[in-house]
Design a protein around this ligand. Structure first.
Ligand SMILES: *Cc1c(COP(=O)(O)O)cnc(C)c1O
Length: 412
């Protein structure tokens, strides 16, 4: 075999491929940020009012979390030093696991360093070649990647279409079936019908994995999450549910956990490669998280404040969408959660709107394919207990101004 002599390397094609991405308005850019107080951020040195943070309760900057982390470094140092099954399972991480299980009212929990690694690890631990996996079309990327890694046969059903899911479950000859779904969908904000989903799993002998990244801390009594919100925890908990949630959103820190019946969690501990072969999360994070659970349980005032901001935004947008021709084609998706999606359609329209808001000092991310389906580019407005009434008013006024300008331009 001789190597081709004059042919260019595939590495030489990457600049043109990057240029194509930019042309399609899909080039992603990072901004350098620093906290700016409340819901404000310093973005590339400029103060912005941010509607892009998943810090739904405003706890990420809470001094008690910082103090807990600082104190833990005196006891534990900084790094965990090893994987959990060797030497990295610190007393702080162990205590956190017990407290997480108690918080979500399920028998046992396993604490991970990241949500992405949780889902890409636990799905292949549960199903493999010859098994069947059923996945909502709008599931988070890490559920999709976990499904692919598992090599189970993947059945994708239209978003929240439980009739379609039932038909797929009924037709599947697989003995082991796993249904995976976001509880609160990350780019739409809607909550799946958990009792109906679980009833299907009971009927077809399937296991249900729920990803509650956006419901944990926000929904349910004392923020215990979407599953507790349905009453299906504690003595009513089913052995068919694995409840997963992340700890870098409402909990304000980092990491994730999966909770469920003790046997399933023990299985995951034995079989999850992203858990076994990775360094355990630093104990200082577990210490901060233990403090965060205490604050979250007592944060009904923050959750009530967040609910009021959600209602304020939805009411304010309803009048805009009904009245301004410039807002025609915009659609506010149904959602009672902190995630509010204003769908505008094309990538260009979403970027233009984001840019206009940015010039008013408002930072609201435009979400484009492949994160969301083609033609549904949107503003993903993330609300937080850190937003004041005036903050949300500022956003509403800017959106009204933009729609009015669009109307004027169209009429000129
Ligand atoms: C953020 C998110 C994850 C990933 O969690 P990380 O801890 O950030 O890795 C998983 N699932 C959903 C639905 C998410 O929104």
């Amino acid at each position: 075999m001789t190597a081709p002599s004059s042919a260019t390397s595939w590495l030489d094609e990457i600049p043109a491929q990057l240029a194509d991405i930019e042309q399609a308005h899909l080039l992603r850019r990072r901004r350098v940020v620093q906290p700016g107080g409340g819901a404000r951020l310093m973005v590339d040195g400029q103060q912005m009012l941010a509607f892009c943070s998943n810090d739904y309760l405003g706890l990420a900057s809470h001094p008690a979390l910082a103090e807990a982390a600082r104190e833990a470094t005196h006891t534990f140092g900084v790094g965990s030093g090893g994987s959990p099954l060797v030497s990295g399972h610190s007393a702080a991480n162990d205590a956190l696991e017990h407290e997480l299980a108690a918080y979500v009212q399920l028998p046992r929990a396993l604490y991970f360093y990241a949500g992405y690694a949780t889902n890409t690890g636990i799905i292949p631990a549960l199903v493999g070649a010859g098994d069947a996996l059923f996945s909502d079309a709008l599931n988070h990327a890490c559920l999709i990647d976990g499904a692919r890694l598992s090599r189970a046969t993947i059945h994708r059903y239209p978003h929240a279409d439980l009739v379609a899911l039932e038909a797929l479950l009924a037709a599947s000859p697989a003995r082991r079936k796993l249904v995976v779904s976001d509880a609160v969908f990350s780019m739409d904000g809607d909550l799946i019908d958990i009792p109906a989903l679980l009833a299907l799993c009971e009927r077809y002998d399937a296991l249900l994995l729920l990803d509650d990244a956006h419901g944990f801390g926000v929904l349910g009594p004392q923020g215990r999450g979407s599953l507790a919100h349905t009453g299906l925890t504690g003595t009513a908990a089913s052995r068919r549910v694995l409840y997963m949630a992340t700890l870098g959103k409402a909990a304000g820190v980092a990491g994730a956990f999966v909770a469920g019946n003790a046997t399933l969690i023990e299985w995951l501990l034995q079989k999850t490669r992203t858990y076994i072969f990775a360094t355990a999360a630093p104990p200082l994070l577990a210490a901060a998280l233990r403090q965060s659970l205490v604050l979250m349980a007592a944060a009904d005032d923050r959750r009530e404040h967040l609910r009021q901001r959600i209602a304020q935004l939805r009411t304010g947008l309803a009048t805009l969408l009904g009245a301004a021709p410039g807002a025609q084609g915009w659609q506010l998706l149904p959602s009672h959660t902190a995630v509010q999606a204003l769908v505008v359609g094309s990538n260009e329209a979403a970027l233009a709107l984001m840019e206009s808001l940015r010039q008013s000092g408002l930072w609201v991310p435009a979400i484009r394919p492949p994160t969301v389906p083609v033609g549904t580019a949107r503003l993903r407005i993330a609300l937080s207990a850190a937003h004041t009434e005036d903050d949300v008013d500022q956003l509403l006024q800017a959106l009204h101004r933009y729609a009015a300008e669009c109307t004027a331009t169209a009429q000129a």
